[in-house]
Ligand binder design. Structure first.
Ligand SMILES: C[S@@+](CC[C@H](N)C(=O)[O-])C[C@H]1O[C@@H](n2cnc3c(N)ncnc32)[C@H](O)[C@@H]1O
Length: 257
C-alpha cells in the first residue's frame, strides 16, 4: 500500500512512523510512505498557504490553491483523499479495515482554523476525526490512522492472527492477559489458563470479553446485541453483578483494571 501525507509540519512524522510495526512494514516494502510539505505547492516568496476568513473571526484558514494543486499532482485513478478534521466521521477499527483494502491513501493535514470549505466539498473523498477534542494540526491524527491501518496490512504483524483477536475486531473489547510468573506478590493467574484445556480457555476468554465489554462499553454491547443473532450474546449483566454472572476468573476479575 502507498500512503502519502500533505502537511505543514513534515518533521513531526520523523520518529513515530520509523519505529515498531510501521517502521518494519516500511522496511519490508509492505508500506510505502511519503510525507509531503504543502508549501512545496506555493508560488510566492513567503510560501503562503493560509489567509484570513471571509466574514471575519479569529485565526487563519488554509487556502484552496496550494491544496488543489498538490492533491491534483499526487493523486492517481485509485487514490482516496482523506482530510483530517474534528468534523469528520469518527475513526474506528471498522474504518481502519476498510482503508487497509485501499491501494493509495492521501491524507491532508489541516492547520490553523481549518480548510476553505471548497477543499472539503470538491477535493476530499472523506474526512476523518480521531475523537471529540481539538488538536493543533492534523499530523497526529494522520499518524494515528496510519498506524492503525498499517498493522492490518497482510504481513505487517508477526502473526496476522494477532489482528483478528483484538479489541473491536469482533465488536468487543479483548479479554485480559497474563504471563509468567504464575504467581506474583501473592496474585495468581486464573487457573483455567494453566490447565492446558484449549476449549475451556477459549470459552473463558470469550466470557471475559463479554463481561469487560458489558462493564466498560455498554454502547458496544448494545450494538452487538442488534448485530448478532440473539443467542450468541448473553444478557448484559449489571456492572455490580458482572463477575458473578459471567465467568469470574481471578480475585481481580470484576475490577476495572
Ligand atoms: C485547530 S484544528 C481546527 C479546528 C476547527 N476550527 C474546528 O473547530 O473544528 C486544526 C486542524 O487539526 C486537525 N485536527 C484537530 N483535531 C482533530 C481531530 N479530533 N481529528 C482529526 N483532525 C483533527 C485538523 O486537520 C484540523 O483542520
Amino acid at each position: 500500500m502507498k500512503i502519502e501525507v500533505l502537511t505543514l509540519f513534515p518533521a513531526m512524522f520523523a520518529g513515530p512512523l520509523d519505529e515498531s510495526i510501521v517502521g518494519r512494514a516500511r522496511t519490508a516494502g509492505i508500506l510505502e510512505l511519503r510525507i509531503r510539505d504543502l508549501r512545496d505547492w506555493t508560488h510566492d516568496r513567503h510560501r503562503t498557504v493560509d489567509d484570513r476568513p471571509f466574514g471575519g473571526g479569529p485565526g487563519m484558514v488554509l487556502k484552496p490553491e496550494p491544496l488543489f494543486e498538490a492533491v491534483e499532482s499526487l493523486r492517481g485513478p485509485r487514490t482516496k483523499v482523506i482530510l483530517t478534521g474534528p468534523a469528520g466521521r469518527v475513526f474506528t477499527q471498522q474504518i481502519a479495515r476498510e482503508l487497509a483494502g485501499e491501494e493509495h491513501l492521501l491524507f491532508v493535514c489541516g492547520s490553523y482554523e481549518g480548510y476553505d470549505e471548497r477543499i472539503r466539498e470538491h477535493l476530499a473523498d472523506d474526512e476523518l476525526s480521531i475523537g471529540d477534542y481539538v488538536l493543533t494540526n492534523g499530523a497526529l491524527p494522520a499518524m494515528v490512522i496510519i498506524d492503525a491501518v498499517t498493522r492490518l496490512l497482510p504481513g505487517a504483524l508477526g502473526d496476522d492472527l494477532s489482528a483478528t483477536d483484538e479489541s473491536f475486531t469482533q465488536g468487543m473489547l479483548e479479554y485480559p492477559h497474563w504471563t509468567r510468573p504464575a504467581e506474583f506478590r501473592g496474585w495468581s493467574v486464573p487457573e483455567v489458563l494453566l490447565s492446558g484445556n484449549h476449549a475451556a480457555i477459549e470459552r473463558w476468554r470469550r466470557e471475559q470479553s463479554w463481561r469487560r465489554t458489558a462493564e466498560r462499553r455498554p454502547d458496544l454491547w448494545e450494538r452487538l446485541r442488534w448485530q448478532q443473532p440473539v443467542r450468541t450474546v448473553p444478557n448484559r449483566p449489571s456492572a455490580a453483578k458482572a463477575g458473578a454472572d459471567i465467568g469470574a476468573g481471578s480475585a481481580d476479575a470484576g475490577k476495572n483494571i
